[in-house]
Design a protein around this ligand. Structure first.
Ligand SMILES: [Zn+2]
Length: 212
């Protein structure tokens, strides 16, 4: 049985997030939305709805502007993480899910030493990824990239984005193909994508995730 976990990053978006939620509800699929703090501050309603419908809400930095590999001063690190967590407030998953901004899916240096320590001290769960089909670049062709990716990964954690309306027009087709193949959609994350579990660092953190 093929297990697939879906996540939607970079929202919420007033137009696209509700569209995604409608599709997921029709298909009975639960996911996680990794929200950007400054977008959440401007569009809270779609995140409230996602939470009410059983999706998990995670923290995906405040500004989504500079990967931690390129900026490591602690004022920046703390603001990117904590300000967003405050904005999420009661919508937060109890495990305090955090996903760094890697920059087009890059995992190397997605954290820096200060960010890793900050997350650990505050008992965050750091959720990375293993499938990035590039819906942000290839709005009409990402499904054809995603399907073979999903097929080759043991338990894929797929990163999609609830911000590009055109790309999300293909979401239902993607989900239909996976369901036709007997896919089981998991809301939980594959353990191989967890770099930190409630503040406890995992072996994954040794694999170049933390910038030198
Ligand atoms: Zn992102």
């Amino acid at each position: 049985m093929k297990h697939v976990t879906l996540t939607f990053d970079n929202g919420p978006d007033a137009e696209v997030t509700p569209l995604v939620l409608d599709i997921l509800a029709r298909r009975g699929i639960k996911t996680t939305f990794f929200v950007v703090g400054n977008r959440l501050a401007a569009n809270r309603a779609p995140a409230e709805r996602a939470h009410a419908e059983g999706h998990w809400i995670g923290n995906h930095t405040w500004s989504h502007s500079i990967p931690f590999r390129d900026r490591d001063d602690m004022d920046f690190v703390a603001a990117e993480i904590d300000r967003t967590q405050e904005e999420i407030g009661a919508l937060s998953h109890p495990d305090r899910l955090f996903r760094p901004y890697g920059g087009k899916g890059r995992l190397d240096g997605a954290l820096n030493a200060g960010a890793a320590q900050h997350l650990s001290q505050r008992r965050y769960t750091c959720v990375l990824w293993n499938a990035v089909p590039g819906d942000f670049d290839n709005h009409d062709g990402w499904v054809e990239t995603a399907l073979p990716q999903v097929a080759t990964i043991d338990w894929p954690l797929v990163v999609l984005h609830d911000v590009h309306a055109r790309a999300m027009q293909h979401l239902d087709r993607f989900l239909g193909k996976l369901q036709d193949r007997g896919t089981v959609f998991e809301q939980a994350f594959p353990p191989t994508c967890i770099a930190m579990n409630r503040g406890r660092e995992t072996d994954l953190l040794e694999c170049g995730i933390v910038a030198n």
